[in-house]
Design a binder for this molecule. Sequence first.
Ligand SMILES: Nc1ncnc2c1ncn2[C@@H]1O[C@H](COP(=O)(O)OP(=O)(O)O)[C@@H](O)[C@H]1O
Ligand SMILES: N[C@@H](CC(=O)OP(=O)(O)O)C(=O)O
Length: 440
Amino acid sequence: MLVLKFGGTSVGSVKNMTNVKSIVSEGGRKVVVLSAMSGTTNALVEISKTITEGNSEEALTLVETLYQNYMVVVNDLFSKQEYIDESLQYIDGVFSELRDLTTQPTNKLLYRIIVSKGELLSTFMFSRFLQQDGIKATLISAFDFMRTDRLQEPDSFYIKQNLERVLNDNLDTEIFITQGFICLDADGQVSNLERGGSDFTASIIGAAVGAEEVQIWTDIDGFHNNDPRFVHDTDAISHLSFDEAAELAYFGAKILHPQTVMPVRDLKIPVRIKNTMEPAAHGTLIDDSAEGEGIKAIAAIDGITAIKIKSARMLQASGFLKKVFEIFEKYHTSIDMITTSEIAVSLTIDDPTYLKDIVAELEEFSKVEVDTHRTIVCVVGNNIVHHPDTHKLFQILQDINIRMISYGGSNNNISLLINTSDKTETLQKLHRYVFETALA
Ligand SMILES: Nc1ncnc2c1ncn2[C@@H]1O[C@H](COP(=O)(O)OP(=O)(O)O)[C@@H](O)[C@H]1O
Ligand SMILES: N[C@@H](CC(=O)OP(=O)(O)O)C(=O)O
């Protein structure tokens, strides 16, 4: 069994959906996980935000604009009248629900119901697109098996049991199509795996069915050695270990959802990143073997807040860090980077939801400084901490104001905290140096 996930761009046009059709119609039994058509989830988030702001008239206008886009897609996608009629009926149902929702009182559930519609629309239309060509494909609802527990983690036992049941109900099916991103929560309410979560859906399914491989099909020829949105001349990496891929994804490589590697790592199920527009390209293989020395890739994550906690009480006192960490734990806020001196500790968080509460509690026993708009740049490679030339990175960045350095936490990762305004320059300088010297 294979699991293939196609992202927003891959299902974002008739041309790309035609590529996806030819990719999925080859080979054996598979589960195909689809995202919403590109732009749809953003539009749904905007609709939900507009409703929350109390502007239901504007929300209705946004719903109508999106509806018109789908009318065009149906006309382009289908040639046979029965498929046009069936799709129009489905789309009309979804959009009449969205119109009703524009006047409902807002809450988290309303948002989740609204954003779930993108994947429901794309999977419905793609399954009918295959059927129009006589390709047998069964649409299965993620709501029938994909569920999170009280800690909002995937409920792997529930998922395995229910997915097996759904697959066994359709023993003669070769191609299953399902929605990425969406799921039910522990109370059985509509929920999701957070933005970009379809990759995570694919690896959760891969683990549940014991897949041979999980394939992430996207709009680029693999995991690149730097962020192509900020640096020219980046190259696809042919191989990454699970650890390397996880670090890069966690520290901002948008191509992979940060949690994707988690469900498959222990089961040693490889993840392959492929380009829907260029299926013959090698792509990137992610598995449990580490190979080569030197820097493999650079990534950056914005929206980081740095917190410096200074206290005379820290001097030669044990238990100070415990006290600090307990506050972050209390507010379910995870810490990304940390450096300490004898009288101060600096750390970073990427979720500032509870920043005010955290600072208030820290100020009860220390002096606190907060810096927002920071970026973590992360350099990843096999055993780079021990590479004799690694220190030269800091010479290259002598004009950049580096606020924190994390070196030696793992052998494979060096992280630097910089001002977000210096991000592009930092990525470009590192790229030029690293990939044109012996460090690569
Ligand atoms: N290191 C990287 N390698 C490849 N792509 C990257 C990297 N960092 C950022 N990206 C961006 O990620 C995009 C693909 O991710 P995403 O938009 O989530 O795809 P999809 O819609 O297929 O899920 C690429 O088009 C590229 O601009
Ligand atoms: N549609 C969702 C889930 C997703 O994973 O999308 P994509 O695969 O296009 O990044 C989102 O936009 O967040």
